[in-house]
Design a protein around this ligand. Structure first.
Ligand code: NAD
Ligand code: MG
Length: 363
Protein backbone atom coordinates (compact mmCIF):
# COMPACT_ATOMS: atom_id res chain seq x y z
CA UNK A 1 0.00 0.00 0.00
CA UNK A 2 1.25 3.50 -0.79
CA UNK A 3 -0.43 6.41 0.95
CA UNK A 4 0.18 9.96 -0.33
CA UNK A 5 2.13 11.98 2.18
CA UNK A 6 4.65 14.75 2.75
CA UNK A 7 8.22 13.85 3.72
CA UNK A 8 10.75 15.99 5.56
CA UNK A 9 14.28 15.07 6.51
CA UNK A 10 16.03 15.77 9.81
CA UNK A 11 19.67 16.26 8.79
CA UNK A 12 21.99 14.77 11.39
CA UNK A 13 24.72 13.07 9.32
CA UNK A 14 24.52 9.30 9.88
CA UNK A 15 21.59 9.78 12.27
CA UNK A 16 19.39 11.58 9.74
CA UNK A 17 15.80 10.44 9.48
CA UNK A 18 12.55 11.12 7.67
CA UNK A 19 9.32 12.56 9.04
CA UNK A 20 6.28 11.33 7.12
CA UNK A 21 3.09 13.41 7.46
CA UNK A 22 -0.31 12.53 6.06
CA UNK A 23 -3.71 10.88 6.57
CA UNK A 24 -3.85 7.13 7.12
CA UNK A 25 -0.10 6.58 7.43
CA UNK A 26 -0.24 4.22 10.41
CA UNK A 27 -1.65 1.54 8.09
CA UNK A 28 1.15 1.88 5.55
CA UNK A 29 3.56 -1.01 6.12
CA UNK A 30 5.95 0.40 3.51
CA UNK A 31 6.73 3.38 5.73
CA UNK A 32 7.86 1.24 8.67
CA UNK A 33 9.76 -1.54 6.96
CA UNK A 34 12.91 0.29 5.81
CA UNK A 35 13.44 1.49 9.38
CA UNK A 36 13.11 -1.87 11.11
CA UNK A 37 16.43 -3.65 11.43
CA UNK A 38 15.71 -7.16 12.78
CA UNK A 39 12.54 -9.20 12.82
CA UNK A 40 11.35 -8.32 16.32
CA UNK A 41 9.35 -5.23 17.16
CA UNK A 42 8.08 -4.07 20.56
CA UNK A 43 5.17 -1.63 20.33
CA UNK A 44 4.88 0.62 23.38
CA UNK A 45 1.56 2.39 23.86
CA UNK A 46 -0.99 3.20 26.57
CA UNK A 47 -4.47 2.20 27.68
CA UNK A 48 -6.16 5.05 25.79
CA UNK A 49 -4.34 4.73 22.49
CA UNK A 50 -4.18 0.91 22.31
CA UNK A 51 -7.91 0.34 21.73
CA UNK A 52 -7.90 3.05 19.06
CA UNK A 53 -4.79 2.27 17.02
CA UNK A 54 -2.75 -0.72 18.20
CA UNK A 55 -4.45 -3.31 15.97
CA UNK A 56 -3.85 -1.16 12.91
CA UNK A 57 -0.13 -0.84 13.61
CA UNK A 58 0.05 -4.59 14.25
CA UNK A 59 -1.67 -5.23 10.93
CA UNK A 60 0.81 -2.99 9.12
CA UNK A 61 3.68 -4.99 10.67
CA UNK A 62 2.26 -8.40 9.82
CA UNK A 63 4.95 -11.00 9.33
CA UNK A 64 7.29 -9.57 11.95
CA UNK A 65 7.48 -10.99 15.48
CA UNK A 66 5.62 -8.45 17.57
CA UNK A 67 5.36 -7.71 21.25
CA UNK A 68 3.39 -4.99 23.00
CA UNK A 69 3.52 -3.05 26.25
CA UNK A 70 0.42 -1.15 27.28
CA UNK A 71 1.22 1.40 29.99
CA UNK A 72 -1.25 3.35 32.13
CA UNK A 73 -2.19 6.77 30.68
CA UNK A 74 -0.92 9.99 32.20
CA UNK A 75 2.05 12.23 32.91
CA UNK A 76 2.10 10.85 36.47
CA UNK A 77 3.16 7.50 35.00
CA UNK A 78 6.17 8.97 33.21
CA UNK A 79 8.20 7.60 36.09
CA UNK A 80 10.92 5.08 36.78
CA UNK A 81 8.61 2.27 37.93
CA UNK A 82 6.32 2.46 34.89
CA UNK A 83 9.27 2.91 32.53
CA UNK A 84 10.79 -0.31 33.89
CA UNK A 85 7.77 -2.24 32.63
CA UNK A 86 9.10 -1.78 29.10
CA UNK A 87 12.30 -3.63 30.10
CA UNK A 88 10.27 -6.29 31.92
CA UNK A 89 8.42 -7.01 28.68
CA UNK A 90 11.54 -6.94 26.49
CA UNK A 91 13.42 -9.28 28.79
CA UNK A 92 10.50 -11.64 29.49
CA UNK A 93 10.09 -12.13 25.75
CA UNK A 94 13.87 -12.37 25.21
CA UNK A 95 14.19 -9.46 22.83
CA UNK A 96 17.79 -9.02 21.69
CA UNK A 97 19.81 -6.07 20.45
CA UNK A 98 18.37 -6.54 16.96
CA UNK A 99 14.89 -5.44 18.00
CA UNK A 100 13.14 -2.16 17.19
CA UNK A 101 10.82 -0.25 19.51
CA UNK A 102 7.76 1.60 18.23
CA UNK A 103 6.32 4.46 20.29
CA UNK A 104 2.59 4.68 19.58
CA UNK A 105 0.99 7.59 21.44
CA UNK A 106 1.54 11.14 22.65
CA UNK A 107 4.64 12.74 24.06
CA UNK A 108 4.60 10.74 27.27
CA UNK A 109 4.81 7.43 25.40
CA UNK A 110 7.31 8.87 22.91
CA UNK A 111 9.65 10.15 25.62
CA UNK A 112 9.46 6.94 27.68
CA UNK A 113 9.86 4.57 24.71
CA UNK A 114 12.69 6.61 23.23
CA UNK A 115 14.54 6.58 26.53
CA UNK A 116 13.96 2.83 26.84
CA UNK A 117 15.37 2.41 23.32
CA UNK A 118 18.38 4.54 24.29
CA UNK A 119 19.13 2.24 27.24
CA UNK A 120 18.00 -1.28 26.31
CA UNK A 121 21.14 -3.33 25.79
CA UNK A 122 22.97 0.01 25.42
CA UNK A 123 20.76 1.23 22.62
CA UNK A 124 18.34 -0.13 20.03
CA UNK A 125 16.51 1.66 17.18
CA UNK A 126 13.06 3.13 17.60
CA UNK A 127 10.31 4.64 15.46
CA UNK A 128 7.99 7.42 16.61
CA UNK A 129 4.31 7.10 15.72
CA UNK A 130 2.97 10.26 17.39
CA UNK A 131 -0.81 10.47 17.88
CA UNK A 132 -1.25 13.88 19.55
CA UNK A 133 -0.73 17.21 17.82
CA UNK A 134 1.91 18.11 20.41
CA UNK A 135 3.82 14.92 19.66
CA UNK A 136 3.48 15.38 15.88
CA UNK A 137 4.83 18.94 15.90
CA UNK A 138 7.28 18.76 18.76
CA UNK A 139 8.15 15.84 21.02
CA UNK A 140 8.58 13.11 18.36
CA UNK A 141 11.21 15.14 16.52
CA UNK A 142 14.65 15.94 17.87
CA UNK A 143 15.73 13.00 19.98
CA UNK A 144 15.10 14.26 23.49
CA UNK A 145 13.86 11.31 25.53
CA UNK A 146 13.33 10.79 29.22
CA UNK A 147 11.20 10.39 32.30
CA UNK A 148 10.29 12.50 35.32
CA UNK A 149 11.73 12.36 38.82
CA UNK A 150 9.67 13.41 41.85
CA UNK A 151 12.07 16.39 42.11
CA UNK A 152 11.55 17.56 38.52
CA UNK A 153 10.12 16.98 35.07
CA UNK A 154 12.30 15.27 32.43
CA UNK A 155 15.23 15.19 34.85
CA UNK A 156 16.41 11.74 33.73
CA UNK A 157 16.93 11.10 30.05
CA UNK A 158 19.12 10.85 26.98
CA UNK A 159 19.45 12.15 23.47
CA UNK A 160 18.44 9.31 21.16
CA UNK A 161 17.16 10.06 17.68
CA UNK A 162 14.38 7.93 16.16
CA UNK A 163 14.87 6.13 12.82
CA UNK A 164 11.67 7.64 11.46
CA UNK A 165 8.63 9.64 12.52
CA UNK A 166 5.28 8.53 11.10
CA UNK A 167 2.70 11.26 11.78
CA UNK A 168 -0.77 10.10 10.75
CA UNK A 169 -2.92 13.23 10.73
CA UNK A 170 -6.13 11.18 10.90
CA UNK A 171 -5.23 9.99 14.40
CA UNK A 172 -5.94 13.54 15.53
CA UNK A 173 -9.64 12.92 14.79
CA UNK A 174 -10.01 11.25 18.17
CA UNK A 175 -7.99 13.82 20.12
CA UNK A 176 -9.95 15.90 22.69
CA UNK A 177 -10.28 19.64 21.82
CA UNK A 178 -8.24 20.66 24.82
CA UNK A 179 -5.32 18.48 23.73
CA UNK A 180 -5.54 19.89 20.21
CA UNK A 181 -5.32 23.44 21.55
CA UNK A 182 -2.36 22.47 23.73
CA UNK A 183 -0.54 21.26 20.62
CA UNK A 184 -1.35 24.51 18.82
CA UNK A 185 0.56 26.42 21.51
CA UNK A 186 3.80 24.76 20.37
CA UNK A 187 2.83 25.47 16.74
CA UNK A 188 2.44 29.20 17.50
CA UNK A 189 5.82 29.04 19.23
CA UNK A 190 7.64 28.25 15.96
CA UNK A 191 6.11 31.30 14.32
CA UNK A 192 7.08 33.51 17.25
CA UNK A 193 10.69 32.37 17.55
CA UNK A 194 11.77 32.09 13.91
CA UNK A 195 9.06 32.09 11.25
CA UNK A 196 7.04 35.32 10.97
CA UNK A 197 5.37 34.21 7.72
CA UNK A 198 4.12 31.10 9.53
CA UNK A 199 2.77 33.29 12.33
CA UNK A 200 0.81 35.31 9.73
CA UNK A 201 -0.46 32.06 8.22
CA UNK A 202 -1.59 30.79 11.63
CA UNK A 203 -3.41 34.03 12.35
CA UNK A 204 -5.24 33.73 9.01
CA UNK A 205 -5.99 30.00 9.35
CA UNK A 206 -6.95 29.69 13.02
CA UNK A 207 -10.57 28.85 12.15
CA UNK A 208 -9.59 26.06 9.77
CA UNK A 209 -7.19 24.59 12.32
CA UNK A 210 -9.75 24.64 15.11
CA UNK A 211 -12.27 23.01 12.75
CA UNK A 212 -9.60 20.33 12.17
CA UNK A 213 -9.49 20.98 8.44
CA UNK A 214 -7.15 18.17 7.28
CA UNK A 215 -5.21 20.28 4.78
CA UNK A 216 -4.68 23.08 7.31
CA UNK A 217 -3.53 20.64 9.97
CA UNK A 218 -1.10 18.91 7.60
CA UNK A 219 0.33 22.29 6.59
CA UNK A 220 0.74 23.39 10.23
CA UNK A 221 2.40 20.09 11.16
CA UNK A 222 4.78 20.21 8.20
CA UNK A 223 5.84 23.82 8.81
CA UNK A 224 6.28 23.13 12.53
CA UNK A 225 8.38 20.02 11.91
CA UNK A 226 10.46 21.88 9.32
CA UNK A 227 11.24 24.57 11.89
CA UNK A 228 12.04 22.06 14.59
CA UNK A 229 14.15 19.94 12.23
CA UNK A 230 16.20 23.00 11.21
CA UNK A 231 16.84 23.99 14.82
CA UNK A 232 17.76 20.44 15.82
CA UNK A 233 20.05 19.99 12.79
CA UNK A 234 21.90 23.18 13.74
CA UNK A 235 22.13 22.44 17.48
CA UNK A 236 21.30 18.83 18.31
CA UNK A 237 22.52 18.90 21.93
CA UNK A 238 21.23 22.38 22.85
CA UNK A 239 24.52 24.26 23.02
CA UNK A 240 22.82 27.37 21.63
CA UNK A 241 19.79 28.10 19.47
CA UNK A 242 17.83 24.97 20.41
CA UNK A 243 17.09 26.77 23.70
CA UNK A 244 14.85 29.17 21.71
CA UNK A 245 12.35 26.29 21.53
CA UNK A 246 11.77 27.06 25.21
CA UNK A 247 9.90 30.30 24.54
CA UNK A 248 7.22 30.58 27.22
CA UNK A 249 8.44 27.41 28.91
CA UNK A 250 10.19 28.87 31.98
CA UNK A 251 6.99 30.70 32.90
CA UNK A 252 4.94 27.70 31.78
CA UNK A 253 6.84 25.14 33.84
CA UNK A 254 6.40 27.35 36.90
CA UNK A 255 2.64 27.45 36.27
CA UNK A 256 2.51 23.67 35.86
CA UNK A 257 4.50 23.13 39.05
CA UNK A 258 2.52 25.69 41.05
CA UNK A 259 -0.82 24.20 39.99
CA UNK A 260 0.31 20.60 40.33
CA UNK A 261 1.03 18.73 37.11
CA UNK A 262 -2.09 17.79 35.18
CA UNK A 263 -4.26 20.75 36.19
CA UNK A 264 -3.08 22.97 33.36
CA UNK A 265 -1.93 21.05 30.28
CA UNK A 266 1.65 21.79 29.25
CA UNK A 267 0.52 23.61 26.10
CA UNK A 268 -1.91 25.72 28.09
CA UNK A 269 0.86 26.79 30.46
CA UNK A 270 3.10 27.52 27.46
CA UNK A 271 0.32 29.64 25.92
CA UNK A 272 0.16 31.89 28.98
CA UNK A 273 3.96 31.69 29.32
CA UNK A 274 4.53 33.00 25.77
CA UNK A 275 2.26 35.97 26.49
CA UNK A 276 4.29 36.60 29.67
CA UNK A 277 7.54 36.48 27.67
CA UNK A 278 6.01 38.95 25.21
CA UNK A 279 4.84 41.14 28.10
CA UNK A 280 8.34 41.29 29.57
CA UNK A 281 9.77 42.00 26.10
CA UNK A 282 7.35 44.91 25.81
CA UNK A 283 8.36 46.25 29.23
CA UNK A 284 11.97 46.19 28.03
CA UNK A 285 10.98 48.17 24.96
CA UNK A 286 11.89 45.33 22.58
CA UNK A 287 8.40 44.93 21.11
CA UNK A 288 5.56 47.45 21.04
CA UNK A 289 2.09 47.21 22.60
CA UNK A 290 0.42 46.41 19.28
CA UNK A 291 2.70 43.40 18.80
CA UNK A 292 2.00 42.22 22.35
CA UNK A 293 -1.75 42.61 21.76
CA UNK A 294 -1.50 40.66 18.50
CA UNK A 295 0.37 37.77 20.12
CA UNK A 296 -2.19 37.68 22.93
CA UNK A 297 -5.08 37.67 20.45
CA UNK A 298 -3.67 34.82 18.36
CA UNK A 299 -2.99 32.63 21.41
CA UNK A 300 -6.41 33.38 22.92
CA UNK A 301 -7.94 32.62 19.52
CA UNK A 302 -6.68 29.05 19.78
CA UNK A 303 -8.60 28.62 23.02
CA UNK A 304 -5.50 28.89 25.19
CA UNK A 305 -5.09 30.83 28.42
CA UNK A 306 -3.21 34.13 28.08
CA UNK A 307 -2.98 35.05 31.77
CA UNK A 308 -1.25 33.08 34.49
CA UNK A 309 -3.19 31.85 37.51
CA UNK A 310 -3.71 34.95 39.69
CA UNK A 311 -2.73 33.39 42.98
CA UNK A 312 1.02 32.71 42.62
CA UNK A 313 3.05 35.20 44.71
CA UNK A 314 6.14 36.70 43.03
CA UNK A 315 8.54 34.94 45.45
CA UNK A 316 7.00 31.58 44.55
CA UNK A 317 7.37 32.35 40.83
CA UNK A 318 11.06 33.16 41.27
CA UNK A 319 11.63 30.02 43.33
CA UNK A 320 9.93 27.82 40.71
CA UNK A 321 11.71 29.51 37.80
CA UNK A 322 15.11 29.01 39.46
CA UNK A 323 15.06 25.26 38.70
CA UNK A 324 14.94 25.92 34.95
CA UNK A 325 17.57 24.10 32.83
CA UNK A 326 18.59 27.45 31.29
CA UNK A 327 19.79 28.79 34.66
CA UNK A 328 23.59 29.18 34.41
CA UNK A 329 25.74 29.96 37.46
CA UNK A 330 22.62 30.95 39.36
CA UNK A 331 21.50 33.46 36.71
CA UNK A 332 18.01 33.10 35.28
CA UNK A 333 17.94 33.33 31.49
CA UNK A 334 14.74 33.66 29.52
CA UNK A 335 13.71 33.40 25.89
CA UNK A 336 12.36 36.83 24.96
CA UNK A 337 11.29 38.52 21.74
CA UNK A 338 12.67 41.38 19.69
CA UNK A 339 9.80 40.95 17.26
CA UNK A 340 7.55 38.27 15.84
CA UNK A 341 9.92 35.63 14.45
CA UNK A 342 12.93 37.05 16.33
CA UNK A 343 13.76 35.47 19.69
CA UNK A 344 16.84 35.42 21.89
CA UNK A 345 18.02 33.83 25.13
CA UNK A 346 18.96 36.56 27.54
CA UNK A 347 19.65 37.48 31.16
CA UNK A 348 19.44 41.20 30.26
CA UNK A 349 16.30 42.13 32.14
CA UNK A 350 15.80 43.82 35.49
CA UNK A 351 14.13 42.09 38.42
CA UNK A 352 11.62 44.97 38.62
CA UNK A 353 10.41 44.37 35.07
CA UNK A 354 10.28 40.62 35.66
CA UNK A 355 8.29 41.03 38.87
CA UNK A 356 5.91 43.42 37.09
CA UNK A 357 5.27 40.70 34.49
CA UNK A 358 4.75 38.08 37.20
CA UNK A 359 2.36 40.20 39.26
CA UNK A 360 0.81 42.61 36.74
CA UNK A 361 -1.66 44.20 39.18
CA UNK A 362 1.25 45.92 40.94
CA UNK A 363 2.58 47.31 37.64
P1 NAD B 1 0.20 12.77 26.37
O1 NAD B 1 1.20 11.86 25.80
O2 NAD B 1 -0.10 12.63 27.82
O3 NAD B 1 -1.13 12.68 25.53
C1 NAD B 1 -2.24 13.47 25.91
C2 NAD B 1 -3.49 12.60 26.11
O4 NAD B 1 -4.02 12.24 24.82
C3 NAD B 1 -3.24 11.31 26.83
O5 NAD B 1 -4.34 11.03 27.66
C4 NAD B 1 -3.16 10.30 25.69
O6 NAD B 1 -3.44 8.99 26.08
C5 NAD B 1 -4.20 10.83 24.76
N1 NAD B 1 -4.07 10.49 23.35
C6 NAD B 1 -2.94 10.33 22.64
N2 NAD B 1 -3.23 10.17 21.35
C7 NAD B 1 -4.58 10.20 21.24
C8 NAD B 1 -5.48 10.11 20.15
N3 NAD B 1 -5.02 10.02 18.90
N4 NAD B 1 -6.79 10.16 20.40
C9 NAD B 1 -7.24 10.32 21.67
N5 NAD B 1 -6.45 10.44 22.73
C10 NAD B 1 -5.12 10.39 22.52
O7 NAD B 1 0.64 14.30 26.18
P2 NAD B 1 1.35 15.08 24.97
O8 NAD B 1 0.84 16.44 25.05
O9 NAD B 1 1.25 14.34 23.70
O10 NAD B 1 2.88 15.06 25.40
C11 NAD B 1 3.32 15.66 26.59
C12 NAD B 1 4.64 15.05 26.98
O11 NAD B 1 5.59 15.30 25.97
C13 NAD B 1 5.21 15.60 28.27
O12 NAD B 1 5.65 14.56 29.08
C14 NAD B 1 6.39 16.44 27.80
O13 NAD B 1 7.45 16.49 28.73
C15 NAD B 1 6.80 15.73 26.56
N6 NAD B 1 7.50 16.57 25.59
C16 NAD B 1 8.68 16.12 25.10
C17 NAD B 1 9.37 16.85 24.16
C18 NAD B 1 10.65 16.32 23.58
O14 NAD B 1 11.34 17.05 22.86
N7 NAD B 1 10.98 15.08 23.84
C19 NAD B 1 8.85 18.06 23.69
C20 NAD B 1 7.63 18.49 24.20
C21 NAD B 1 6.96 17.73 25.14
MG1 MG C 1 6.88 22.24 25.20
Amino acid sequence: MKTPHRTLQVDLADRSYPIYIGPGLIDDSGLYRPHIAGSRVMIVTNETVAPLYLARVQAALQGLRLGEVILPDGEQYKDLATWNRIFDALLAQRFGRDCTLIALGGGVIGDMSGFAAACYQRGVPFIQVPTTLLAQVDSSVGGKTGINHPAGKNMIGAFHQPRAVIADTRTLDTLPDRELAAGLAEVVKYGLIRDPAFFDWLEANAGALLARDPAALAEAIERSCRNKAEVVAADELEAGQRALLNLGHTFGHAIEAARGYGDWLHGEAVGAGMVMAADLSRRLGWIDSDTLARIRRVIAGFGLPVDPPPDIPAERWLELMAVDKKVQDGTLRLVLLRGIGDALVTAEFGTDDLVATLAPTTA
